[in-house]
Ligand binder design. Sequence first.
Ligand SMILES: Nc1ncnc2c1ncn2[C@@H]1O[C@H](COP(=O)(O)OP(=O)(O)OP(=O)(O)O)[C@@H](O)[C@H]1O
Ligand SMILES: [Mg+2]
Length: 284
Amino acid sequence: MNTQMTTDTAPTTTAKPVLQASGVVMRFGGLTAVNNVDLTVGEGEIVGLIGPNGAGKTTFFNCLTGLYVPTEGTVTYKGTVLPPKPHLVTQAGIARTFQNIRLFANMTVLENVLVGRHTRTNEGLFSAILRGPGYKRAEAESREKAMELLEFCGLANKAQHLARNLPYGEQRKLEIARALASEPGVLLLDEPTAGMNPQETRAAEELVFAIRDKGIAILVIEHDMKFIFNLCDRTAVLVQGQKIVEGDKETVQNDERVITAYLGAPLEGAAEGTSTTAGTEDDQ
Ligand SMILES: Nc1ncnc2c1ncn2[C@@H]1O[C@H](COP(=O)(O)OP(=O)(O)OP(=O)(O)O)[C@@H](O)[C@H]1O
Ligand SMILES: [Mg+2]
């Protein structure tokens, strides 16, 4: 086994940084789940984050989105250090989806997206109680925007369905629609294609490209290597909490440490166009 676990932190992007993590460390008691990770997502970029199960990918996302306060390090969004509270992070412009889907199961698809918009609506509590003209106008506008997002994500015909009745793949799309409702500058996707069939996965790829084309930068965790290498301008690899390499498809696929971390086969399969899942989904 190659013991050379040096971090390769050289920036490989010239795009203006949107999201920037510097020296992020997350410890749980004696376990260092994220170890001194630097990562930048630039304007217009789709950046991948891969690594074996338990590598620290979701924990790193949690550090980026205020769910965890990193033990060390800083996270900035467009040059400003983020407040360590999830709703303030969302308000600042960072949206995410979860590895374990977190929808309001008994609300409709449309209502789930409306909930995602609340950080962008100015109408306060009194206005909502009084239901005056300002509130009604804002509500109508919110519904219109939410429907546009459902259209964009291919869910408009399911607007009135309960979220819990959607097939798994569509629930993932709904999570994306809800995240987009907060009008983010960067979107973090944690295993967006887990549980999707190959057609749904290809559609999800198109959706991610379309989101990027709206001017939203993307950071995506996935075990499906074909998905990652089709989409990403740059991919970082986490192993045991450390970023061992970051670069384009060729750099990552040919890196010996990455091949060792994945026990050889998966990344080679991806180069030939086969969908490769280097891990199993669990509920986090
Ligand atoms: N809240 C927590 N308390 C203690 N340990 C945790 C906590 N969250 C995560 N861990 C541990 O941190 C390590 C990294 O977990 P994490 O979920 O970030 O991995 P991952 O790369 O997302 O894996 P997967 O691909 O399976 O989703 C694991 O050993 C996990 O058990
Ligand atoms: Mg995870």
